[in-house]
Design a protein around this ligand. Structure first.
Ligand code: 3PY
Ligand code: MG
Length: 261
């Protein structure tokens, strides 16, 4: 079963890590940490289908849900991401119920949808080894749509009501930009909009997710009922760790423990 959908069903907050380094090796390292999900970014990271495939293969042995974000909610890209084996998709910039409906259709084979059919040649079907693949694969798909514009805020209930939309995820950076607060997602106006949006998603009985900017933010979101939270990024871990190591060594108070990495 889809691990993220299982966490939603169990009411257990699922903690994820954003993957923007675009390499299988770092994905594998992060997978060892025990996150519930890793999100492989095709929107803002230098990923291709091939690099995504490598990362998917690298994390295959782990009990986590790989999520992928295409650069845009395009049926052709969605078909390709699903064929290589992603079951969970995070679609950016979903502003209306109509758009959400088209995305659901892109994840379903006919007659339910418009997904192009491949089975024996796709990794998703175990290269043809799953006899019930065509009939049942939609059951494991987790379609997450991003709410990250003023228009999307207006349409939350309509988007959440679309059958086949499994969860809604707030993108604070784009939302801040759309509301006129570019680069200031911490502004009280944006924070208030986010809190209200999360509440409305929950009231619509859909799992609500968000990208947290730090650990305190992540804890607050979980306490407020978010079903899934991205609690950091691979780039942040690497760059913060590198800086902290250097600073610890340069500072007279540098502790030996922080150097023993
Ligand atoms: C955003 O903040 O806009 C994102 O898409 C990621 O969280
Ligand atoms: Mg965004």
């Amino acid at each position: 079963m889809n691990i993220l959908k299982k966490a939603f069903a169990d009411g257990r907050p699922a903690l994820g890590l954003w993957q923007a380094l675009a390499t299988p090796y770092t994905a594998e390292i992060c997978a060892h940490a025990g996150f519930d999900w890793l999100m492989f970014d095709g929107e803002h990271a230098p990923n291709t289908l091939q690099t995504l495939l490598g990362q998917l293969q690298a994390v295959a042995p782990f009990s986590l849900e790989p999520v992928a974000r295409p650069p845009i909610g395009d049926p052709v890209l969605i078909k390709q991401y699903l064929d290589i084996g992603f079951r969970s998709l995070l679609i950016p910039m979903v502003d209306s119920a109509d758009q959400a409906q088209r995305l659901v259709a892109a994840t379903r084979f006919p007659p339910a949808g418009i997904r192009g059919v491949a089975s024996a040649t796709s990794r998703a079907s175990g290269f043809g080894s799953r006899p019930d693949y065509l009939a049942r694969t939609h059951e494991d798909i987790c379609l997450i749509v991003q709410i990250e514009s003023r228009a999307a805020l207006e349409n939350i209930e309509a988007i959440a009501a679309v059958p086949g939309v499994d969860a809604l995820f707030i993108g604070p950076a784009d939302l801040a930009g759309s509301l006129g607060y570019l680069g200031r997602s911490g502004d009280p106006v944006v924070q208030d909009a986010i809190a209200k949006a999360l509440g409305r998603i929950r009231a619509a009985n859909k799992p609500a997710g968000i990208f947290a900017v730090d650990v305190a933010d992540a804890r607050a979101r979980i306490d407020a009922g978010a079903a899934f939270v991205s609690i950091g990024t691979d780039i942040g871990l690497l760059s913060n760790g590198a800086r902290a190591l250097l600073n610890a060594c340069r500072s007279p108070q540098g502790s030996s423990s922080s150097l023993a990495q």
